[in-house]
Each structure stands twice: as C-alpha cells, then as structure tokens.
Design a binder for this molecule. Structure first.
Ligand SMILES: [Zn+2]
Length: 62
C-alpha cells in the first residue's frame, strides 16, 4: 500500500470515529484519542469557538 491519494480511498473501511463518551456524537477519533465535536481527550473544557454562536439566530447581532 502506497501513501497518499491512492490509499485515501480505503479510509471509509476503517472506523476512525467512535461514539464520544462526553457528547455522544460519533466524533471520537480512535487513533488521535480526541473528540472533534467537543474536544474530549484534548481538553477538559468543552470545545467551543466564538464563531459557533453566530450560527444560532438568537445570538445574531444585526
Ligand atoms: Zn465529544
């Protein structure tokens, strides 16, 4: 197996993301051992960005 684009096609066969213990999303990365949704494993706090609140209409400042 070569590295690069050719091997990327086999990615879907491997289960990289498992269900996260903290947020319940299937975003817990097996090898990186961190959750891409809430940051579990990488940070003790919730993964939160300032731009996230803009997506909610009630937080929008027109
Ligand atoms: Zn999570």
């Amino acid at each position: 197996m070569t590295k690069g684009t050719a091997s990327m096609g086999k990615r879907s066969r491997f289960r990289l993301h498992l269900r996260c213990r903290r947020c319940g999303q299937p975003s817990y990365h097996k090898q990186k051992s961190r959750c891409s949704h809430c940051g579990f494993g990488a940070t003790t706090k919730l993964r939160q960005y300032a731009w996230q609140k803009k997506s909610h209409p009630w937080n929008r400042d027109y």
